[in-house]
Structures are given as C-alpha cells and as structure tokens.
Design a protein around this ligand. Structure first.
Ligand code: G3H
Ligand code: 13P
Ligand code: ZN
Ligand code: NA
Length: 283
C-alpha cells in the first residue's frame, strides 16, 4: 500500500540521502518508476502534475500507481505535484493519494501561509503529508538572472516563519533551479540553501532537478535536500527512444514495439537518478 512522503523523507533526512520523486503520466512511466525502484531496492515517490491529472485523470493515476505499489516490495508514495487549490488537494486525498503539494508560491506570503495551513489541517488527520513552496521556482523560459535572485529565491528568514506557522512536512525552495530544460548550466545558491537548512527543521525539496549536474545534486542533498523532483529527464529518455525506434523501423505500427523500448530507456534513466540520490538499497 502507499506510504506518505513524510515517512520516506524522515528516513532520508536521518540517512543523509534523498528520495527520487518522479513524474508519471501514463502506464509505461508508472511501470518504469516501479521497476527502477525495485531494481535499486529504493523507496520511491510517484507524482502527478496538473498536466498528468488532465491527461490521464485522477482515477487512472491512482489506480495505476496503486497496482504498481502492490507489485513491488519497496515503499511507494503517490504525491500531488504543484497542487493549486484546496479543492484539488481534497479530491486527490479522497482518491487515495498519500501525499500532496499545495503550491501557494504565486500568492503573497500571508495568503500562502493561510492556504497551506488550511491544507495541513485537512490532510494531517487522515495521515496525508503536505509539501509547500516558498519562493518562485521558474520555468527555464523565465530566465531568472542573479540580480533578480533576491526577488524570486526563497528568503531563509521567511522560510523559518512559514514552516513554524504552517506546520508543513516538507518545503520546496527556489535556489536557482527551474522546471524544464536549461539553456546553460544552472547555478545553485548553496549559501542560501545552507541558511534555510539551518533555520528550518523539515526536509527540503528540490524542484526542476532535470539538467542539474550530478555534483550539484549531491551537494544539495548534503545541505538538506531530501526529495529530488525529476520530470524532464524522463520525458527526454522516453521520447528519444521512441524517435530512435521510429527512425530505425519507419514501418513499425505496433505501439508496444515503440513504447516498450521507451519504457526500458526510462528505467535506465530513473535507476541512474536513484543511485545519484543515494537511495539505492535503502528500502
Ligand atoms: O512541475 C511541473 C512538471 O514538470 C510537469 O508539468 O505535467 O503539467 O507539464 P506538466
Ligand atoms: P524537471 O522537469 O526540471 O525535472 O522538474 C520537475 C519538477 O520539479 C516537478 O515538480
Ligand atoms: Zn516542480
Ligand atoms: Na529542470
């Protein structure tokens, strides 16, 4: 059965590693995440974004991840990624998600606190853990410059107050990563992360982690990151392999002959990530 993210992150925090949180949109990717976690003997988080819910539907996501979890011997969590409203969070909890993110980062601080508090009050009694976001994690297209960092990045003192007031289980921070592909190499603000870590005693979540160099990921984990979100790299591995099969066999019309190899490519990519995060063998 599905476990809350908070349980996995508590152990990760104590053990000095991070749990991979991989976005899933279809059966093949759910299977790939499950197979990779099982092969690595690693706890794992499957998460569904707004786009995933729109594409597959909450019912399919919950059912697929439920089946996947029942077929592996490692702990699996199902997490709502970037939840936008209290109503959506409740819908996911009712559907069987074991963890939710409420992303109030676009709101002013007080509003973000109020919304997050409301979600924690509803989720905690039913054993569902809550991740919140403070600061603005851009899309790569947003192209945040260093001069703007203070306006967008998470303020450590605000983070302390936010965590104290909301009682959230995990905090997503903006320290220089962005969703999607990077144009150049991302530069992470480790000093800021260290400061946040010293003021906040809950697991920290790194979003936009696809394309972040391995060494930077390791350093972030050393400085308190316990959950690392990966989406884009899975899409790349999956679709690159689809393209390759279609280029090699232009007459192929059996979806299984295309999606099967793509699923294999996703397994390899996810196994590599799990190993970098240090969660191999922790299940
Ligand atoms: O956090 C965003 C995820 O990377 C994916 O978003 O599935 O809505 O395109 P999407
Ligand atoms: P990437 O697509 O950059 O890996 O970001 C994923 C993410 O943060 C999902 O919440
Ligand atoms: Zn994200
Ligand atoms: Na990214």
């Amino acid at each position: 059965s599905l476990v809350p993210v908070s349980t996995l992150l508590r152990e990760a925090r104590a053990g000095g590693y991070a749990v991979g949180a991989f976005n899933c949109n279809n059966m093949e990717i759910v299977q790939a995440i499950a197979a990779a976690a099982e092969a690595e003997r690693a706890p794992v988080i499957m998460q569904a974004s707004q786009g995933a819910i729109k594409y597959a539907g909450i019912e399919y996501i919950t059912a697929m991840v439920g089946v996947a979890a029942s077929m592996v011997s490692v702990p699996v969590a199902l997490h709502l990624d970037h939840g936008t409203s209290f109503e959506q969070v409740m819908q996911c909890i009712r559907s069987g998600f074991s963890s939710v993110m409420i992303d109030g980062s676009k709101h002013a601080l007080e509003e973000n606190i109020a919304l997050t508090k409301q979600v924690v009050a509803a989720a905690r009694p039913v054993g569902v853990s809550v991740e919140a976001e403070l600061g603005k994690i851009g899309g790569t297209e947003d192209d945040i410059h260093v001069s703007e960092a203070d306006a967008f990045f998470t303020d450590p003192e605000e983070a302390r107050v936010f965590v104290e007031e909301t009682g959230v289980d995990a905090l997503a921070v903006a320290i220089g990563t962005a969703h999607g592909r990077y144009k150049g190499e991302p530069k992470l603000d480790f000093a800021r992360l260290e400061k946040i870590h010293s003021l906040v005693n809950i697991p920290i979540v790194l979003h936009g982690s696809s394309g972040v160099p391995e060494e930077a990921i390791r350093e972030a984990i050393r400085l308190g990151v316990c959950k690392v979100n990966i989406d884009t790299n899975i899409r790349e591995a999956f679709v690159d392999r689809c393209r390759k099969v279609l280029a090699d066999y232009p007459d192929e019309i059996d979806p299984r002959k295309i999606l099967g190899p793509a699923r294999e490519a996703a397994v390899e990519l996810i196994r590599e990530k799990i190993s970098i995060f240090g969660s191999s063998g922790k299940a």
